[in-house]
Design a protein around this ligand. Sequence first.
Ligand SMILES: [Zn+2]
Length: 108
Amino acid sequence: MKWLGRISTALLGLIVFVAGKKFFRDYELLVMSKYDIEEMQEEIRQMDSEPYMDLRGTPTHICVCGSDAFYLRATFKDFEIATYMLDMQCANCGSLATAPTPIDYKQD
Ligand SMILES: [Zn+2]
């Protein structure tokens, strides 16, 4: 009966070795301290409360997310837009962007 115990131990060792090899091939282990996790959760909360990106600076018609609809402040006169502010926010992802103006139009 002693040989049966050795064979079963060898088989169990082989199974653990193969399973461990597959686990470390398919997954990566990341060890983090609780302080790092709390700090990362706080950063995620801050990102959720702010617009996703600040893309202001270069006038654009399309956001990086592909949307061409924006929220912006405008004034009206005679049923048309008379003035609009240059800061706008993407209606899809919430990123801040700069509204284009006729001066920005480049003719080739
Ligand atoms: Zn967007």
